[in-house]
Design a protein around this ligand. Sequence first.
Ligand code: AMO
Length: 445
Amino acid sequence: MDRIDGIIQKGAVEPDELAAHENGIVTIEGFIHRIREMTGFSFVIIRTKRDVVQCIYAPEFSDFRWNENIVENCSVKITGKVVASQDAKGNKRYEIQIHNVEVLSTPKEPMPIVINKKQLDNVPLDTNLTMRPITLRNPKERAIFKVQEGIARGFREFLMQNEFTEIRTPKIVFAGAEGGANIFKLDYFGKKVYLTQSPQFYKQMLVGVYERVFEIGPVFRAEHHDTSRHLNEYISMDFEMGFINSFYDIMNMETGALKYILELLKKEYSKELELLQVKMPEITEIPVIRFKDAKDIIVNKYKKKITDFNDFEPEEEQLMCDYAKKQFNSDFIFVTHYPSKKRPFYAMDDPEDPEYTLSFDLLFRGMEITTGGQRIHDYDMQVEKMKSRGMKVEDFESYLMFHKYGAPPHGGLGLGLERLTMNLLGFKNVRNATMFPRDINRVTP
Ligand code: AMO
């Protein structure tokens, strides 16, 4: 009888292990990314999980002979001798002199799009997205989502180190948490239910259990407009923490998480950052400004007329980021005390001025990436605010159990993963930072 012991046989080496095998014979696995025929020899670039490696085919290296079935995009196992060489900048690197090519699969037809250059040249975004399964094979495209992995990983690691519990909450829900018309309705065996706009209710409920919780998961917004910053499904990185002294605790936790993420990226994702030529922001402290004062700056310094007194227009977010950069040399700025009218029913009003809330947004390089704040924890206060907004309190009985049976002062935030990636990498469109975007025109691939 076969037995499984959980040990995976390691046959092939990884490109960053080549140095240890200088002048030795190794096998690597990957795709033939590019073949460049020269006189008397060929460069064969192999694309592995995270790298590309240069191999060289020449008849004098072995008895193996290339044939016309070995073409770009074949998946292969290559065996050969590791030799030291130099890249175009004169840095030491290792390449493989090919002794054998084992073809594992051959493409049915040539690629409809050139993916084996450093970047996708002149490919319109729409085509890039339609062809995602193959355009993602381009080293620069795939690097975007390694960086995104690093962001989510940093968020998770930092919060775990700070005694948060990871939660997974339902995506089919009984009510919307964020208000507004951008909610998807579903027919659930004859009952009307919704796709979650955020894990807001559940993360609050679970503060009553674990005190500090976080979730990285999909949320859904029925955005009816085609904009460069809105998706219909995005990844929300949420946390919620109990026993806070004020919503400043939330902003401090977020600042700590962002610092940790940036350090992790520099340490473990430098390959991708270099390939994408990312200008990394530095965070020592993040400036904080009140919403009211920000609007004054927009009027007085930037001479703009305010049309919406309760929220920021996208252009105003850009102006505030410009202000943060010029005034404080910061790529980030917290804006606090948003008007109560524009914040959801769970937001805590400022006892000193109830027209405003104890809440904040974080803006980064021209755009809101986070909303957060302190929540109402008192049952009567919460019920009253819901009633004042015309909400049917009985529909929220399960949510309000948290308030009814002793909720601590608490707060949290939601950070849009794609928006953070987009602005870190300097994209103009959030779709560039979304692996398989869902927007009003797109549900495939
Ligand atoms: P909010 O609705 O402001 O707050 O969302 C939080 C963050 O999510 C991102 N985001 C989006 N990203 C892409 N496409 C969209 N359509 C989209 N909508 C929002 C943004 C935004 O800052 N429950 C609260 C958070 C909290 O207070 O804990 C919430 O969901 O980066």
